[in-house]
Structures are given as structure tokens and as C-alpha cells.
Design a protein around this ligand. Structure first.
Ligand code: CMC
Length: 422
């Protein structure tokens, strides 16, 4: 027998039986009994906004899967480009499909010269690279008139390729501009991560050779950040996309959502926190301060994970490999001490607060030489494939425009009073 719940309207005695489908109950069914009564759920704590076949996340068990594949297996055996293909297409590619996909992405990494010369170089000299990225992605929509043909399969696919391919180029360009270095063109002979590192760090050498351990570590970080179901930025992507805006405008909205310290800015906040703590001896006092309400332990806690974030486990391992090449980040010992104390402290245990993906990612990025301003940019590069997978899925589902209701709490009707009578 199918699972269902029955609700009774005690005002009228009317009842309705609502099936439980995929673990959810339909608000539309509820509304049959309750017309004009809205479900009050700020921040969507109890609301599933869509059906999705992309990412499975069990926050209590610490499970994360893309299209059914455990994140641990993908991080160990796959590449970011293969994962991007998986997210967009739903299946891992065959060798031919992978070769074609890699070729397509590689040959769409260049940006129009005017994006750089007229647009990026118009920013103030100390512009934040994430602000530049958000604006540049939005500006791309004005360069591709076919971007509006979102129900034309070929045009849609073309924009997906372009966006995944051009994000590293825009990201590196934003960094180079912010430090006064000349723009580096993509090198089509390099893989995705190595090409990005070349565009970031190349100076006068004819060809930049990224350390393979660092290139692989970055690729693993890209895999871990590629999707995370209905997080804030993906929700922004789906909401803006539901108005049938073009994918560049929707991606810019998603990137803007990622900019905030509660989302993509959290690893920067972790580094600032560790720097402020300064040494291991100060850790216990800092923890006591957090418990007393003086700020939060950055990189801890998650809306969905109520156990160890599986991405954090993988990142810790990646950090060890990176530090063997770069030398240990001096903030690591403080981070380890914070984790040790927090994981045995009743405050954090009772609230199920564990390290999330951002607790260690900033330490790795910093050791690799990335300035803190680039941290959210580094998040946006791989999350673009996740955003686009959700955007495309949503369009195929023929979903309605996102338009929640509100509970009005303002004043009742009143008459206008002329300014000299107030
Ligand atoms: N440090 C100290 N206390 C915390 C923390 C923290 N990092 N996070 C949550 N709490 C406490 C909070 O004070 C509250 O306690 P009480 O019930 O006594 O009022 C309780 O835990 C529940 O917190 P909440 O704010 O209701 O939880 P939320 O699900 O709305 O917030 C969060 C999730 C990620 C915004 C929050 O845990 C946080 O601010 N963490 C620090 C920032 C951070 O690391 N963000 C990165 C998230 S992972 C990257 C991503 O996916 O974007």
C-alpha cells in the first residue's frame, strides 16, 4: 500500500489523503483543504522546491553522490571534466564521448577580446575578482545572441560548453588584472586544471608547467565543489532560470549568491579566523568565545550535514599531498586543534556541528598561492557545471516560474497625508 498522510480541517471536518511521493508531500494537495493559507517556511527549512536526479545527499549519514556515484569514488578515480559531463548528461562518458567533450571544452576557453579589453579592464584597479567574475559572466550574454534560445537543444548545449570552458579564463583574467599582471591566453595543450594554473601563474616562461600534484589536487577540489543539490547559489540559478532568463544571466545570479560569507566566502572567513587566533594556545579561549555567542566557528556546521561532511574527509587527505609540495600551511596546526576541541565539546556535539568542506579548502588554496579574494572564484569555476545541470533539468521539467507567497505583517490600509501634515 502506498504511503500517505491524512489531514483534517478541524474548522469544517473535511479531510484529504495525500500520498507521500519520493519522501515528500505535495503542497498543492494540502492547498486543496487550505486555500489561501500559505506554508510559512522562511529559508526553505522544510521545503523541497523541485524534483532532481542530479545529486543525492544524506546529511545524517554524511553521504554525497553525483548521479548515483559516491563522491569518494569520483574524487579518487575521475577528473573534473568527466564529472562535469556526468552532471550534465546523467551518465559517465564513453572514451569517444569523453574525447569529444574535452575537445569541445578546450576549444571554447578563449573569451572575446572585448570582454577583456573593454569590460574587464574597465574595472577599478583594486576590484575584487569575484565581483569582476559575476559581472563578466553576466556580460557574456550580450556577446552570444543565441543564448536566449534556451529551448533549442543545440544552442543550449553550446552555452553550457562555453560557460564551463570560459569560467577559468575569466577567473584567471580577474586575478591577473587585480594584481596588475598581463592576461595569459589559454593553452589548448593543457588539461583543465593545468590550463587554469598556467593562466594564473605564467610569467615569462614559454610554457607554464604546473606541478602535477598541485594540478591533480585542484582537479579533486573542483570535483568536490561541482554540485551540492539545492544550495543557495543553485537555488538562485533555478529561480532566475525559471523566468527563462539566458544561462549567462542565471549563472551570474548564482555566482552572486556564492559570493556571500555564509556560502562561497566561508573558506576565506576560516583563514581570517585562524589568522586572528594566531597560535594553538589561543584556541581554547576562542572556542569559549564562540560558545558565549561571539561569532561562529567558521567552516563548521551545515544546513544539511549533521555529521562529518564527506568532502571534508577527502580534502584533509588532499591537504596532506599539497603540503608535501608546498610545505605545511602554518595555520594547519591551529585548524587541527580547533577541530579536536570542537569535536569533543558538548556545544558542538549537541548541535551536530562538524567541519564542512570549507574548513580545510582555504588552507590548501592559500598554500598553493591563491590570494583569499580568489577563494569564492575557485568555488564558482566547478560549481558552474552543477548550476547548468540543474538549470537544464529544470527547463526540461517545464517548471513554472518561481514565485513564493508571503505572510503580510505591515499596516492596514491608511490614507495618504500631505508632507506638511506629518
Ligand atoms: N559555530 C558556532 N555555532 C554554530 C555554528 C558555527 N559555525 N553553526 C551553527 N551554530 C549554532 C547556532 O548558533 C545555533 O545554535 P542555537 O540553536 O543555540 O541558536 C545552531 O548551531 C543552529 O544554527 P543555524 O544557524 O540555525 O543553522 P543553519 O542551518 O541555519 O546554518 C550555516 C548553517 C552553514 C550557515 C552555519 O552552520 C554557519 O554559519 N557556519 C559557519 C559558516 C560556514 O562554514 N559556511 C559554509 C557552509 S559549507 C559551504 C557551502 O555549502 O556553501
Amino acid at each position: 500500500m502506498a504511503e500517505s498522510i491524512t489531514i483534517i480541517d478541524n474548522r469544517t471536518g473535511d479531510s484529504t489523503e495525500i500520498p507521500l511521493t519520493n519522501g515528500g508531500v505535495s503542497a498543492a494537495e494540502f492547498s486543496k483543504l487550505l486555500p489561501g493559507v500559505w506554508f510559512y517556511d522562511p529559508a526553505f527549512m522544510s521545503t523541497a522546491a523541485c524534483e532532481s536526479a542530479i545529486t543525492y545527499l544524506d546529511g545524517d549519514a554524511g553521504v554525497l553522490r553525483y548521479r548515483g556515484y559516491p563522491i569518494e569514488q569520483l574524487a579518487e578515480h575521475s577528473t573534473y571534466l568527466e564529472v562535469a559531463y556526468l552532471l550534465i548528461h546523467g551518465e559517465l562518458p564513453t572514451p569517444d564521448q569523453y574525447a569529444e567533450w574535452s575537445h569541445e571544452i578546450t576549444y571554447h576557453t578563449f573569451i572575446h577580446e572585448n570582454v577583456r579589453k573593454r569590460f574587464l579592464e574597465g574595472f577599478h584597479y583594486d576590484a575584487h575578482p569575484m565581483g569582476m567574475l559575476v559581472s563578466a559572466v553576466a556580460a557574456l550574454s550580450t556577446f552570444y545572441s543565441d543564448a536566449k534560445d534556451i529551448f533549442d537543444a543545440d544552442a543550449r548545449y553550446k552555452q553550457i560548453i562555453r560557460l564551463i570552458a570560459k569560467m577559468p579564463t575569466l577567473a584567471a583574467a580577474a586575478h591577473r588584472f587585480s594584481v596588475g599582471m598581463p592576461f595569459v591566453y589559454p593553452d589548448n595543450s593543457l588539461d583543465f586544471a593545468s590550463n587554469f594554473l598556467s593562466m594564473m601563474w605564467k610569467v615569462a616562461e614559454p610554457r607554464f608547467e604546473a606541478d602535477p600534484v598541485l594540478a591533480r589536487a585542484l582537479d579533486v577540489l573542483f570535483i568536490l565543489h561541482a554540485d551540492h543539490e539545492q544550495n543557495c547559489s543553485t537555488t538562485a540559478m533555478r529561480v532566475v532560470g525559471s523566468s527563462h532568463a539566458d544561462p549567462y544571466s542565471s549563472t551570474a545570479a548564482a555566482a552572486a549568491a556564492l559570493y556571500g560569507p555564509r556560502h562561497g566566502g566561508a573558506n576565506e572567513a576560516v583563514i581570517r579566523m585562524l589568522t586572528e587566533i594566531g597560535s594553538i594556545e589561543n584556541v581554547p579561549a576562542f572556542i569559549e568565545g564562540v560558545k558565549a555567542g561571539n561569532g561562529r566557528l567558521q567552516g563548521f556546521g551545515h544546513r544539511v550535514y549533521k555529521s562529518y561532511d564527506p568532502r571534508a574527509t577527502i580534502i584533509k587527505h588532499t591537504a596532506d599531498q599539497v603540503f608535501e609540495v608546498t610545505g605545511k600551511n602554518p595555520l594547519l596546526d591551529i585548524a587541527l586543534k580547533l577541530e579536536e576541541i570542537a569535536l569533543s565539546d558538548e556545544y558542538f556535539i549537541s548541535r551536530k556541528l562538524y567541519p564542512n568542506v570549507d574548513f580545510y579548502s582555504g588552507l590548501i588554496y592559500q598554500a598553493m598561492g591563491f590570494p583569499m579574494e580568489m577563494f569564492p572564484v575557485l568555488f564558482a569555476i566547478p560549481r558552474t557545471s552543477g548550476w547548468l545541470a540543474h538549470w537544464s533539468e529544470m527547463l526540461d521539467q517545464d517548471s513554472k516560474i518561481a514565485r513564493p507567497r508571503q505572510l503580510y505583517i505591515g499596516t492596514d490600509e491608511r490614507d495618504y497625508v500631505a508632507i506638511d501634515g506629518r
